[in-house]
Write a protein that binds this ligand. Structure first.
Ligand SMILES: [Ca+2]
Length: 261
């Protein structure tokens, strides 16, 4: 061993030690696989191509898609009956839906515009514009978050609906594309991942997927037809701590409990 390598050895060891520490500090690559238990099964309009779902004031609010078939509606949870409905123009495809400060905001798929409604009457009270496609939308106490089918989430100013920042969602180091319907649940952000029956459970602070919820098989075969599409639609009743999920053209909506095994 020459003089140079002897002097370099402590530096090399120190560097290796720092790398080991850095590896320990890195986000956990392994996300948790969650299981679920069905608590209740309710009727759901089999003609509803569900693109947005939320629960507030004792009822479901739903956004449905499809050209000529898109709507905003309030729905009775137990019966699935549509209580009130606003139809969208035939050239608008309804997407994500969120409630903030007594106002409902609804995205459209490719038109680059969204609609704002009074939450109690569903009366249209305004609109907003955004770049690219609109997929999912969710709100918590201080922000609106939007998906567009990519692995990126956009955070919007809830007062102006303008984009504030973006965040890439990753499972370990892998971007998770196809982020669709969204819901804040007890500090996590749940996202349907299109086209699948899986939900990514995301840490909204850093975009890391901390868990997966695979709901394949949730809709019993007896309810499946050639038309029933993928799982899409997550609503959380924060007051009652109830989690609801459904799918596009599914005749049932389920209350489920997420479990660790
Ligand atoms: Ca939702």
């Amino acid at each position: 061993m020459n003089a140079l390598s002897r002097s370099a050895l402590p530096i090399l060891l120190a560097t290796l030690a720092e790398l080991a520490l850095a590896t320990q500090d890195a986000p956990a690559a392994a996300s948790t696989r969650y299981a679920y238990r069905v608590i209740a099964s309710h009727p759901h309009d089999p003609e509803a191509f569900t693109q947005g779902l939320l629960f507030a004031d004792g009822k479901l609010y739903e956004s449905t898609g499809g050209y000529g078939q898109s709507s905003l509606r309030t729905v009775d949870l137990a019966s699935g009956r549509v209580l009130r409905e606003r139809r969208l123009p035939d050239n608008r495809f309804g997407e994500g839906l969120a409630l903030f400060g007594g106002r409902l905001h609804q995205l459209t798929w490719k038109a680059g515009d969204g609609f704002t409604y009074d939450a109690s009457s569903l009366a249209p009270i305004g609109g907003f514009r955004y770049e690219g496609e609109g997929w999912g939308l969710a709100a918590n106490a201080d922000s609106l978050v939007m998906s567009d089918g990519s692995a990126e989430l956009r955070f919007l100013d809830p007062a102006t609906l303008t984009e504030v920042r973006r965040l890439q969602v990753r499972d370990g180091i892998e971007p998770v594309t196809g982020l669709n319907e969204l819901e804040y649940v007890e500090g996590d952000l749940y996202a349907n991942v299109w086209p699948s029956d899986r939900i990514a459970i995301i840490n909204p602070a850093n975009g890391q997927v901390r868990g997966w919820l695979d709901l394949t098989g949730l809709l019993p075969l007896v309810f499946r037809t050639p038309r029933t599409d993928v799982l899409n639609g997550i609503a959380y009743d924060a007051a009652g701590k109830r989690l609801f999920v459904t799918g596009k053209l599914w005749p049932r909506l389920f209350q489920i409990e997420v479990t660790t095994h």
